[in-house]
Design a protein around this ligand. Structure first.
Ligand code: NAD
Length: 477
């Protein structure tokens, strides 16, 4: 049985109810989390406020940095334990779970170093005045986290918020809470004061909604679906609470005929099968210049056919999806595609050892997908890659920008001028040239345009979002 973690204590929810934790690899429940409600949020926000007022806001920036560095080291020391927890909770193949634990430690390390480097400015003004700006924390920040990368998203969001001087109340996704509860316990062990990091689990429409509505929350960082993102923004708008929204994507990988295909093919495949396609930045559309459309489709098809899907502990190319309803959702997209006569080029293989009760989906490559079809427009959040051909740069840009999303774009070309032209014309928060994701470095600001959200997380840029700027003008004559 797992408990909420509030003010450095494990506490049951006020409701006395729990939610089953299910292993996606076999579909079986193996633990329980608390089904919290508004009173649990009240309790956590109260603990966070007390911490902020009495301890955290009085701590020097360098001291905050030392605590974050100790947490980074602690996470590294517990990386195996954390990745084992994440693997079972989310169905992540071993290497992917381990990479998430490593990234979590790296976020805390990066933000540890940033704490005492967040400066204001002095502004030249009228004679007799001195004007300066201070970057102040919001205070109590709320963090609503999805299930696809709990540790990574916690690291970037909570790491940045703490570094900027805030305290945190975190609502993990009901499908993936366990690693975050453990990280909060580790933070207490390294000396984080009671109330600095609080974890309250439960359903989004219950406890997530209560968090977003709570008048004691000074900033909300939401990562999740566009639909819920809109709800959060509306709720927050009612009390003028600032919000950072990291939402979904339908990201294009654009391949010109002069591209280095030996480099592009494995990157294109990885971008759609990593975490079984349940990645906001998944490269779910491959746009291919006419001249190489058929040969590249052949190569991609051969690569997809070799992919093996199975239980997380087998550490294959692809693990299970998070839950049964996610699998049904992906399969509905594939049925809709088939009904529209969209052809399948290739599918990967689900291994015999995969239990029938697990949530497995073979990676699938679709060809000649009409840009307006829902499989080319909506976020599938599964390992489904849509291929379409383009004529020239203008056509590639038109297709790439033709969805409601704008999170990530990849461009493969040897032409230097085209690299810059494409980077400028793509409506997207990130553009990667001759790579996809650049290894996901924590230093790189990340976020979207259009329905992919607004505000930036990761990197130093995130710290500006986690602070508010105060201008101080002194008239001294
Ligand atoms: P989701 O929106 O259903 O849930 C996200 C979180 O919001 C969960 O913790 C959930 O419990 C909570 N929630 C749900 N309803 C709520 C409500 N009414 N009020 C408050 N909170 C509520 O998304 P998901 O299915 O967990 O995650 C997948 C989505 O997240 C995808 O769209 C994906 O693209 C997106 N995502 C975006 C990024 C990014 O950085 N841009 C990263 C990861 C995932």
């Amino acid at each position: 049985m797992q408990f909420n973690f509030v003010a450095n204590n494990s506490v049951p929810s006020a409701s006395g109810q729990t939610i089953d934790v299910v292993d996606p690899s076999d579909g079986q429940p193996y633990d329980e989390i608390q089904r919290s409600n508004g009173s649990d949020i009240d309790h956590a926000v109260g603990a966070a406020r007390l911490c902020f007022d009495s301890v955290w806001s009085k701590l020097g920036a360098a001291e905050r940095g030392r605590l974050l560095m100790r947490l980074s080291e602690k996470v590294t020391a517990h990386a195996q334990e954390l990745s084992d927890i994440e693997q079972r909770d989310c169905g992540k193949p071993t290497k992917q779970a381990r990479a998430d634990a490593t990234a979590l430690a790296r976020y805390f390390e990066f933000y540890a170093g940033a704490c005492d480097k967040l400066h204001g400015e002095t502004i030249p003004y009228l004679d007799g005045y001195s004007v300066l700006t201070w970057r102040e924390p919001h205070g109590v920040t709320g963090h609503i986290v999805p299930w696809n990368y709990p540790m990574q998203i916690f690291g970037r969001s909570v790491g940045g918020a703490l570094a900027a001087g805030n305290v945190c109340v975190v609502k993990p996704a009901e499908d993936a809470c366990l690693s975050l509860i453990r990280v909060a316990q580790l933070a207490a062990e390294v000396g984080f004061p009671a109330g600095a990091i609080n974890i309250v689990t439960g359903y989004g429409h219950e406890v997530g909604d209560a968090l977003a509505r709570h008048s004691g929350i000074d900033h909300i960082s939401f990562t999740g679906s566009p639909t819920v993102g809109s709800l959060i923004q509306q709720v927050a708008a009612a009390r003028h609470c600032p919000v950072t929204l990291e939402l979904g994507g339908k990201s294009p990988q654009i391949v010109f005929a002069d591209a280095d295909l030996d480099a592009a093919v494995p990157a294109i495949i990885n971008a759609i099968v990593q975490n079984a396609g349940q990645t906001c930045s998944a490269g779910s559309r491959v746009l291919i210049e006419h001249a190489i459309y058929e040969p590249l489709l052949r190569r991609l098809g051969e690569a997809i056919q070799k992919l093996r899907v199975g239980p997380a502990t087998m550490d294959l190319d692809v693990g299970p999806l998070i839950r049964q309803s996610q699998k049904q959702r992906v399969q509905q997209f594939l049925r809709d595609a088939e009904a529209a006569n969209i052809r399948t080029v290739a599918q990967g293989q689900i291994v015999d050892q995969a239990p029938a009760s697990g949530f497995y989906q073979a990676p699938t490559l679709l060809r000649d997908v009409p840009v307006t079809h829902r499989v080319a427009q909506e976020e599938v959040f599964g390992p489904v890659l849509c291929a379409m051909a383009f004529r020239d740069e203008d056509h590639a840009v038109e297709l790439a920008n033709a969805t409601q999303f704008g999170l990530v774009a990849g461009v493969w070309t040897a032409n230097g001028g085209r690299q810059f032209r494409m980077a400028r014309r793509l409506r997207s928060g990130q553009v990667f040239i001759n790579n996809y994701g650049a290894g996901g470095g924590v230093e790189l600001p990340f976020g979207g345009v259009k329905s992919s959200g607004h505000g930036r997380e990761k990197g130093f840029e995130a710290l500006y979002g986690f602070t508010t700027l105060k201008t101080v003008a002194i008239k001294h004559g």
